[in-house]
Design a protein around this ligand. Structure first.
Ligand code: OGA
Ligand code: NI
Length: 368
């Protein structure tokens, strides 16, 4: 994910035949949809999570804030910026409506993703790679080679930049995948930049501060596909994690499964039609010098219905040094983190498994 170069030839998914991949990879590398399609009616042991990871502490009482963006430009701006700031500080997560991405653009983006995961496994395996640096890959779990227990998730993950270079590498089936993705990516990228201006302002920084720091920003898309699961209470679609990047903009279908850790409770993020879920990643926690947090979240699965979500990870360019904004550092609030180049941050994270805040902790300055 961190790389701007294509993976080395030996790992380049485009240069391996189906047979080579079959021989090279264990059967569970083919994904959970494939497992279900082949008649598996029980949960294989490798998907069973240790009890402490599954522990259910749900709160149905609370909801993440819902912010209407229709008045963000104009007289209502300062109130909206304040609401966004409060949501960032209190939750690290919020929903937005009237966000400028049209209903049809959202629906089409969902549809082509769903159609992709319903293609025969052989078709999806054309894009399979275990190389987390690959700019376009289909895979399963999180890091299937390293994960101690597997996650009940298949995914398709790809870079959007530079667009002209990336589009020909995206799946050619379904036939309108590339067209619909190009449309969605433009719209969601515009929204990300608008939200980052508001977030800058909410921190008391110049409106374009974060966008300027991000420079030639990075944008990755990830479709997450969670088939109905035989024993959902024993596994997870995605275990608790924080997102490493800047801002994540997530579209989820009407099934539900996303949970956010808030005051030691897993709060359910109920699907609300035509909204997007926005959350702050590690690079905003660092830049805001811990004023805003990159909050842990996870995806649970269920036994009735498959679920799909589409995450956009919008962040700094890989070569950008991310450090606390100097305006937010002073003698009463000293810098909490040392700076780190975003690409290096991702390298340390992705060579391991998807886990908590270890990389962030390494960047902590000694405050004693
Ligand atoms: C992610 C993620 C949650 C979901 O893709 O990073 O947290 O509900 N997804 O799919
Ligand atoms: Ni996430």
């Amino acid at each position: 994910m961190a790389s701007t170069a294509l993976p080395p030839t030996s790992l380049n998914p485009y240069q391996q035949t189906h047979e080579e991949k079959e021989q090279q990879y264990p059967v569970h590398y083919r994904g959970v949809k494939d497992l279900v399609d082949n008649g598996s009616r029980t949960l294989p042991q490798i998907y069973v999570k240790p009890p402490d990871e599954r522990l259910v502490i749900n709160s149905d009482q609370q909801q993440i804030p819902l912010i209407d963006l229709s008045e963000l430009e104009g007289a209502g701006r300062s109130a909206k910026v304040e609401a966004i700031g409060r949501a960032c500080r209190d939750w690290g997560f919020f929903l937005v409506k009237n966000h400028g991405v049209s209903e049809s653009t959202m629906e089409n983006e969902m549809r082509v993703g769903r159609e992709f995961f319903h293609l025969p496994t052989e078709e999806k395996m054309r894009y399979f790679s275990t190389d987390h640096k690959s700019r376009m890959r289909y895979a399963t779990s999180f890091n299937v080679k390293e994960d101690k227990t597997l996650n009940w998730r298949d995914f398709l993950r790809y870079s959007c930049k530079p667009l002209e270079e990336m589009v020909p590498l995206w799946p050619d089936k379904p036939t309108d995948f590339r067209k619909e993705n190009s449309e969605y990516i433009r719209k969601i990228g515009d929204l990300a930049s608008i939200l980052l201006s508001a977030i800058s302002e909410s921190l008391g920084l110049p409106s374009e501060y974060i966008n300027e720091v991000y420079g030639d920003y990075s944008q990755y898309m990830a479709y997450n596909f969670y088939p109905a699961c035989p024993n959902p209470e024993q596994t997870l679609g995605l275990p608790g994690h924080s997102d490493p990047g800047g801002l994540t903009l997530l579209m989820q279908d009407d099934v539900g499964g996303l949970q956010v850790l808030h005051e030691d409770h897993w709060v359910v993020v109920r699907p609300v039609p035509n909204t997007l879920v926005i959350n702050l990643g590690d690079q905003l926690q660092i830049l805001s010098n811990d004023i805003y947090k990159s909050v842990e979240h996870r995806a649970v699965v269920n036994s009735n219905r498959e679920r799909i979500s589409v995450a956009t990870a919008y962040g700094p360019s890989m070569s950008t040094l991310i450090a606390p904004a100097p305006q937010l550092v002073n003698s009463s609030s000293p810098a909490v983190y040392k700076g780190c180049v975003y690409g290096d941050f991702l390298d340390s994270l992705e060579s391991g498994s998807l886990h908590k805040k270890s990389v962030l902790d390494c960047l902590k300055l000694d405050m004693s």
